[in-house]
Design a protein around this ligand. Structure first.
Ligand code: SAH
Length: 346
């Protein structure tokens, strides 16, 4: 069966070439043509013989994502609505930062994690995205930036979906965007965010690329975390910490903890103390996130309370940032994607 060429990481392509009795280095040549020259036609690959091109055409095709809509924010953030081949819609966010362009990638159509505060979870998972569908979210944008001599320099895997619920495809995606012959995005410029699927954290500890891991913590007691995040009922905070300590021992990579500040729910000084206790003996980096209000149940923390929360953690020598918000005027924040298009049909 034919597959999209964007589904294959270089090592997978090498296996393919070996299986058809061709040398491995063909994989590098194809990668160069696809990701460096951005060719979308095997017949234009001048270093391949005709019958070889025929074989590639039999086995692979160049898939595309259709751009259905682009919304631009005053701060330069863009939200791109893509249509997949089967008609499903997904969203990707492009952010312009002082350090470059970063893309927030979606990994699933819908999400089954069911976090109470997250708009993505309102629509159940329809299916996992193919590797190619993730690669093309970045590549399509990068092709546009190229025309202005710019490029995508950072990728955050924080769009709709739980990346560890689509593990193999997400890892192939990371390999492709990181590959020196691929999109060449440095592993330290790639961040994967999970709500905490523990077996996958152990598995990810063995992944050779030095990608950043972010964990959506949000609550530092099992009682609260289980109330608002279903995943905690399967994998509690004690088990999560054990897995993260293992990950750190293996990789020596600092772990980012995301913590949305929700008014009156997790933003008191008592909550800050609990958070401090939880992360104290880990090499933690805390990312405090202002909540983007998506429904009536949760409110964003008041400025004063966020500030006190932040100050408390700073005073206690934690590495902490209060994330600035981007794309607020176009609902482009992570966790707010897709649902509006589907529910409101604006
Ligand atoms: N499933 C993964 C990645 C997708 S969500 C995960 O849970 O990490 C990316 C981040 O956005 C998570 O930290 C998530 O909790 C957060 N988020 C969800 N809804 C949000 C909202 N309305 N405002 C701010 N952040 C939100």
């Amino acid at each position: 069966m034919q597959t999209s060429i964007y589904n294959y990481a270089k090592d997978q392509l090498e296996q393919y070439f070996l299986s058809i009795d061709s040398p491995k280095f063909r994989a590098t040549q194809v990668f160069e043509a696809v990701y460096k020259q951005r060719l979308t036609d095997f017949t234009k690959m001048s270093n391949f013989k005709k019958e070889f091109v025929g074989k590639l055409q039999d086995d692979f095709y160049f898939s595309q994502l259709k751009v259905v809509k682009v919304q631009s924010s005053e701060d330069g953030t863009k939200k791109i609505l893509y249509q997949l081949d089967d008609g499903n819609l997904i969203e990707t966010v492009l952010m312009k930062n002082n350090y470059g362009y970063s893309v927030c990638v979606t990994t699933q159509v819908g999400c089954n994690m069911g976090c109470a505060f997250c708009a993505s979870g309102l629509t159940k998972r329809v299916r996992n995205l193919e590797t190619a569908e993730m690669v093309l979210q970045v590549l399509t944008i990068d092709n546009c930036l190229r025309e202005q001599n710019e490029r995508v320099s950072h990728v955050v895997i924080m769009g709709i979906g739980e990346p560890f619920d689509n593990y193999d495809n997400v890892l192939s995606f990371i390999k492709i965007i990181n590959d020196g012959k691929g999109l060449e995005i440095g592993s330290r410029h790639i961040t994967l965010s999970t709500c905490g699927i523990i077996p996958k954290i152990y598995q990810f500890s063995e992944f050779p690329l030095q990608v950043n891991l972010a964990v959506s913590l949000h609550f530092a007691t099992d009682e609260k975390r289980s109330q608002y995040m279903k995943i905690n009922r399967s994998y509690n905070l004690t088990e999560l910490k054990k897995a993260l300590q293992y990950y750190f021992a293996k990789t020596k990579r600092r772990i980012t903890f995301e913590y949305i500040l929700l008014d009156g729910i997790n933003d008191s000084l008592e909550d800050a103390k609990l958070l401090l206790d939880y992360v104290r003996d880990m090499n933690a980096y805390i990312n405090l996130i202002p909540y983007n209000e998506t429904g009536k149940q949760f409110k964003r923390s008041k400025d004063g309370r966020s500030r006190s929360f932040f100050d408390f953690l700073m005073k206690n020598k934690l590495q902490v940032t209060l994330r600035r918000e981007q794309g607020h005027d176009i609902d482009a924040a992570c966790g707010q994607l897709r649902v509006k298009e589907l529910l409101c049909k604006d």
